[in-house]
Design a protein around this ligand. Structure first.
Ligand SMILES: *[C@@H]1O[C@H](CO)[C@@H](O)[C@H](O)[C@H]1NC(C)=O
Ligand SMILES: *[C@@H]1O[C@H](CO)[C@@H](O)[C@H](O)[C@H]1NC(C)=O
Ligand SMILES: CC(=O)N[C@H]1CO[C@H](CO)[C@@H](O)[C@@H]1O
Length: 314
């Protein structure tokens, strides 16, 4: 990011961030295997999954790469006993951490089906929630449109009347309030998530984080307004030309500089758990979520991410 000093009349000096950023990480195909660590932790959200390491994911084809494809998915072949720990799945974390940056995700397909709870997000696991959490895209059980959300320590809220295309669902970002629902904004289009996203060929999510704001954009694959620097994977991007964001989180009632620190990018796919499991029947899914996961491997044939690329600009 470039810091531009502008000399104003009356001898005021303002520092203005021009919105031009340079490519610092560019993950395509097998590049994902080098830039991310496969986390074998117990799912913190109590999902019916077993997160496997990279060697296991590759050997079981839960992770597959080609020159322009990175696939990560849940197992869709194994019937589980109730004593088994969970359906094999994948959770990856970037080796690098970021503060001010732009992250771009070119996604062809996201996990689909009852019980699925995919997320593309950023945090620092060792200092949660003090280092903040940005959920760029997250949803459960194919329910659309779903949302972008911040989760923070106390003293961070979002004001009324924000210029964004999405719809506010909650304004208090503090994890200790409202059952940690965070401050969320729902995307305006159903093709931003789940089956509609997939049947439309997916699209692009991008997030810009500065100390003044966090913005999230979504463009569907066939959206005529998609910025060409973002979609082409250019070596620099200028977010000033990207138009009104889907979700805009300003620093007016939240000191972003103190509520957010270094964050990793995390991409995970859990099944059931504290959110997808809790609303399983309400979302029209049959029976008990854990039993459904155990007994119906073929229900997870669409439970995969297909990334064309992910990029970070700083
Ligand atoms: C692994 O997954 C890829 C992508 O879904 C698929 O094209 C390929 O056939 C699979 N390989 C095996 C051995 O199943
Ligand atoms: C991933 O894990 C985090 C907590 O560590 C949670 O907030 C998020 O919802 C999880 N999502 C998935 C899909 O596992
Ligand atoms: C259609 C819809 O809004 N689906 C879900 C989006 O996310 C919220 C939680 O933030 C759920 O309550 C909705 O059911």
């Amino acid at each position: 990011m470039q810091l531009v000093h502008i000399i104003l009349p009356v001898h005021l000096v303002a520092s203005v961030y021009a919105a031009t950023y340079s490519l610092s990480d560019n993950w395509v195909g097998s590049g994902f295997l080098n830039g991310f660590t496969f986390e074998t932790i117990a799912d913190p959200t109590d999902g019916r999954v077993t997160y496997v390491d990279q060697a296991t994911a590759v050997s079981k084809n839960l992770t597959y790469t080609s020159s322009d494809t990175f696939i990560m998915r849940a197992d869709d072949t194994t019937v589980l006993a109730s004593s088994d720990p969970g359906r094999d799945s994948v959770r990856i974390k970037s080796d690098n951490t970021y503060t001010t940056h732009v992250a771009v995700f070119d996604i062809r397909h996201m996990p689909q089906g009852c019980a699925t709870w995919p997320a593309v997000w950023e945090t620092l696991e060792s200092d949660w929630p003090n280092a903040g959490e940005v959920d760029i895209v997250e949803g459960v059980n194919d329910q659309t449109p779903n949302q972008s959300t911040l989760h923070t320590s106390a003293g961070c809220t979002m004001p009324d009347g924000i210029a964004q295309t999405g719809t506010v669902s909650s304004q208090d970002c503090n994890v200790a309030d409202n059952g940690n629902s965070g401050c969320g904004v729902k995307a305006p289009s159903t093709n931003s998530y789940g089956p509609d996203f997939n049947s439309n060929g997916g699209g692009w999510y991008a997030m810009e984080r500065t100390t003044s704001f966090i913005k999230v954009w979504f463009w569907a694959r066939n959206d005529g307004s998609v910025p060409s620097d973002m979609s082409s994977g250019a070596t620099t991007v200028d977010t000033d030309n990207w138009g009104e964001p889907t979700a805009y989180f300003p620093n007016t009632d939240c000191d972003l500089a103190s509520h957010f620190g270094e964050n990793n990018i995390i991409i995970n796919l859990t099944l059931c758990g504290d959110w997808a499991g809790a609303v399983f029947n309400a979302d029209g899914c049959p029976g008990d979520c854990t039993t459904y996961v155990n007994e119906n491997p073929s229900a997870f044939s669409q439970a995969y991410f297909d990334f064309a690329a992910a990029r970070v600009y700083e």
